[in-house]
Design a protein around this ligand. Sequence first.
Ligand SMILES: Nc1nc2c(ncn2[C@@H]2O[C@H](COP(=O)(O)OP(=O)(O)OP(=O)(O)O)[C@@H](O)[C@H]2O)c(=O)[nH]1
Ligand SMILES: [Mg+2]
Length: 246
Amino acid sequence: MCIDCGCASPDHHHDHDHEHPHQDQVTGKKISVEEDLLAKNNRLAMNNRIRFQRHGLLALNLVSSPGSGKTTILETTLKDLRGELRFAVLEGDQQTSNDADRIAATGVPAHQINTGAGCHLDAHMVGHGAEHFALEKVDVLMIENVGNLVCPASFDLGEDAKVTVLSVTEGEDKPLKYPQMFRASKLMLINKLDLLPYLRFDLEKCREYARRINPEMEIIELSCYSGEGLDKWYDWLRVQLSKKKV
Ligand SMILES: Nc1nc2c(ncn2[C@@H]2O[C@H](COP(=O)(O)OP(=O)(O)OP(=O)(O)O)[C@@H](O)[C@H]2O)c(=O)[nH]1
Ligand SMILES: [Mg+2]
């Protein structure tokens, strides 16, 4: 549960001048609750990681704002690669089983986690969610997080990598405005390339901003509608999986 929807982030700060009690200036309780929450999450994430490692599977945590195309990327990927790789998908949303239903329609095992008021998945939810799959028969576990470009950055789920999806309709400045997520990610997928002719989205600037925040982050541009760039994403998946199998 988020504390102030500073979501257990210890470096939270305010830009206003008025005085008010700030966290441990009053009792010390708030900071210690946040630290306990993250420490507990990190322990459970480590358990997940050990479990996933034992099965030699690749676990990816897909994060983005609502609607950038996470589920569409998954549907497309599962359809294209289902003869080659064995997938399972955990779907995180506040409400509905819409996304798990969409994944299940591709024939891939899917389980929906509803977080209610919660704005992110945590390691405890993922640990239990994964019990719905025969992990020994899974090569890639895809975890679609709740649509939110802020809070999921702070919560390790035991994944091998976070993959941030940014769609071109969101604006090229998002890596600068929401740096935590981009800093935590191994890969950024820039989705909906087919819409570029209708927008004023500067792809070059977007890449530059993203690299300013995280020089190590890989970037792949794609469109689920035109199919452009999907082969690069699939190659990236294959390389990550091959690293797990050595
Ligand atoms: N033009 C275009 N639209 C896309 C593309 N990929 C996804 N969309 C559309 O974007 C909308 C949102 O896609 P979803 O896959 O549901 O997005 P999401 O990130 O899973 O959304 P939440 O789970 O609600 O956060 C849908 O109408 C998709 O059809 C694309 O490559 N191009
Ligand atoms: Mg979705």
